[in-house]
Design a protein around this ligand. Structure first.
Ligand code: SAM
Length: 271
């Protein structure tokens, strides 16, 4: 489904990014799911496009301004950054649940020209495995900084699992490392008080077998508990305004935010 949206966003008249593999990765099923979500949450395409584009931009800033040479994508799913954003001397590590990763690699092998070796694939179930240990066992250098992307994942984990993984990132990675993840608001994430207009998309995603379990209106205390000492939270309306140069009230990014966290304050140039 995410690939379908990346494929559609790649065809915008002035695209924020172009993903040449997204269409094939989405397949008919992915496009059908995206059409179902459109009916339930119309701003989904814009939200995903801004999310992908902003994180792409952060990869560029991490590499070009902060000299980061390791990009870690946690819960990578059908992410294609390793293929889309190759840089000399920069390694991409895709960390994912073994089942998802096996399905993805099988799919990638069917694509003509996909550079499957562009990433190192790291099998990790966040519920049972230590992501830092798994990375170290796969050739990741714990003494060099990394930019860690956790995109579209924390919403599907319990808070305990998020705390455990985030604590390991804060304590186990080089302290110059940077983390970025997007998250949903508390009412939507926990399902406690979901507005009627939002019930359809939440239920649809849960029915696909991946229920939304986590949401927060203030992730700073959680990140502080885990060991992070620098946190910034961006609102998706602001990111959309910055990237698309306009604002439409009907987008209603009422509960989508993006957090940046680090153990020590990043060097100048990090947003
Ligand atoms: C909605 S997909 C997002 C994929 C991708 N990051 C993106 O934004 O397109 C959720 C991802 O979280 C991963 N995930 C969910 N629970 C996990 C767990 N317990 N351990 C490892 N990965 C998990 C899934 O395997 C999947 O790749």
């Amino acid at each position: 489904m995410v690939c379908a949206y990346r494929a559609r966003a790649s065809r915008w008249p002035s695209p924020l990014f172009v993903d040449p593999w997204a269409d094939q990765l989405a397949g008919k099923d992915g496009h059908a799911m995206a059409r179902d979500i459109d009916l339930r949450f119309p701003p989904m395409e814009v939200w995903l496009a801004v999310r992908v584009a902003y994180l792409d931009r952060l990869v560029g800033i991490a590499v070009d301004r902060l000299s980061v040479r390791q990009i870690v994508i946690l819960g990578a799913g059908y992410d294609t950054r390793a293929a889309r954003l190759p840089r000399a001397g920069v390694r991409f590590f895709e960390v994912d649940h073994p089942a998802t990763q096996a399905a993805k690699c099988a799919r990638l092998a069917e694509l003509d020209g996909y550079p499957i070796d562009a990433a190192t694939y790291v099998r990790c179930n966040f519920e049972t495995d230590d992501p830092v240990d798994r990375l170290a066992a796969s050739g990741f250098d714990l003494h060099e900084p990394a930019f860690v992307i956790w995109e579209g994942v924390v919403s599907y984990l319990t808070e305990d699992v998020i705390r455990s993984a985030a604590s390991r990132l804060a304590t186990g990675l080089d302290p110059r490392s940077l983390l970025a993840f997007e998250f949903l608001g508390k009412n939507y994430g926990t399902g406690a008080k979901v507005q009627p207009a939002d019930v359809g998309a939440r239920t649809y995603i849960g029915d696909l077998g991946e229920p939304i379990r986590f949401g927060s209106d203030d992730v700073l205390p959680l990140l502080y508990d885990c060991g992070f000492r620098w946190v910034r939270v961006h609102d998706f309306n602001e990111l959309a305004l910055e990237l698309l140069h306009d604002y439409q009230r009907e987008r209603q990014f009422r509960f989508q935010r993006l957090a940046l966290a680090a153990v020590q304050a990043p060097a100048a140039g990090w947003p």
